[in-house]
Design a protein around this ligand. Structure first.
Ligand code: NDP
Ligand code: OXD
Length: 304
């Protein structure tokens, strides 16, 4: 039995040290398997080609990130489990990023950045937080961390998820129309699945209050970028902040790069910390070897 690690060498060095200290009986290989036939655990971002033939005894694929859509779950061999990254730094960083984005959109930062570029000194009226309703799509690890981080500011908070939830201080919806109708700043933290691909489109924007704002940190393919630009240009949406696009990066000529009411960041809302990421994978390998449940095991049917 062995672990094969196929991600960045810097993070791999930290993983190698952690495995040597805490799980010395399990060989840890980086980049290349000495014996592919004994690889039981793969740590990676994307699935290597010919996975089933190359690693016939594979049991679990650990994603180095929180998302697993890049692995093409349907194409993986049926008996192979997929584990998403669950390290506490991800939720902490997403809480920071969503706070940054919601405050920027609430306090008209895209407008002021554009005014600065045009040397325009012009104030808009500040709206109280109590009158700006924030709604988070996705109430999982990251959605709930974002809502907890926003709690001190006084925004009326809501969330939308597939299954009903109860979260103190948050109006929880499963009805998308009702959720959108009460949302002035929409935050998307959904996993990419066939149901969520293209969800942020013109039809959805039309169901938000006029002048709503979008903060998108889920996956680029959930957003119809042309519909976003049209909604910004006709005033349906006032501004957007995007951490994810399709493709990443956007081509240099793409209008999103220079749209005056878009703030763009390069998929940096969260980054897996090496030490904590290694601890999560080691705990998963230990649990699997003991026949115990593995934290972060994805429901492959559901897609997240
Ligand atoms: P979780 O699996 O913990 O939570 C997903 C949430 O989305 C759940 O509440 C789930 O509902 C809800 N959901 C899924 N599908 C639907 C649907 N069709 N309709 C309504 N709700 C749905 O995921 P995380 O919170 O850990 O991560 C979310 C995503 O954030 C990742 O998949 C990734 O794409 C993105 N991400 C982005 C990063 C960045 O840097 N920009 C970094 C890390 C992650 P239910 O509770 O009912 O199951
Ligand atoms: C992701 C990540 O899934 O960075 O986007 O963890």
């Amino acid at each position: 039995m062995a672990v094969l690690y196929l991600s960045t060498p810097e993070r791999g060095a930290v993983f190698a040290r952690a495995f040597a200290e805490r799980l010395p009986e399990v060989p840890f290989w980086q980049g290349r398997a000495e014996d592919p036939g004994v690889v039981r655990y793969l740590v990676t971002w994307t699935a290597p080609e010919r996975l089933a033939e190359t690693y016939p005894n594979l049991r679990l694929v650990f994603s180095v990130g929180a998302g697993v859509d890049q692995l093409d779950l349907a194409a993986l061999p049926p008996g192979v489990g997929v584990v998403r990254m669950l390290e506490p730094g991800l939720a902490e960083q997403m809480g920071e990023y969503v706070t940054l984005g919601v405050l920027a959109l609430h306090r008209d930062l895209p407008l002021y950045l554009d005014n600065q570029r045009s040397r325009r000194w012009q104030a808009a009226a500040n709206r109280p937080a109590a009158e700006r309703r924030v709604g988070v799509m996705g109430l999982g690890t990251l959605g709930q961390a974002a809502l907890a981080a926003l709690a001190p500011f006084g925004f009326p908070l809501a969330g939308w998820s597939r299954s009903p939830k109860t979260i103190p201080g948050v109006d929880c919806f499963t009805d998308l129309d009702a959720f959108l109708a009460r949302t002035d700043i929409l935050v998307c933290l959904l996993p990419l699945t066939p149901e969520t691909a293209g969800l942020l489109d013109a039809r959805l924007f039309a169901r938000l209050p006029e002048g709503a704002r979008l903060l998108h940190a889920g996956r680029g393919r959930q957003l119809d970028q042309a519909a976003l630009l049209a909604a910004l240009d006709d005033g349906r949406l006032a501004a957007a902040m995007l951490d994810v696009t399709d493709p990443e990066p956007l081509p240099p000529e793409h209008p999103i790069w220079r749209h005056p009411r878009v703030i763009l960041t390069p998929h940096v809302a969260c980054q897996t910390r090496a030490e904590e990421g290694a601890a999560h994978v080691i705990a998963g390998v230990r649990a699997d070897r003991a026949g115990a449940p593995v934290a972060g095991l994805v429901d492959r049917e559901r897609g997240y």
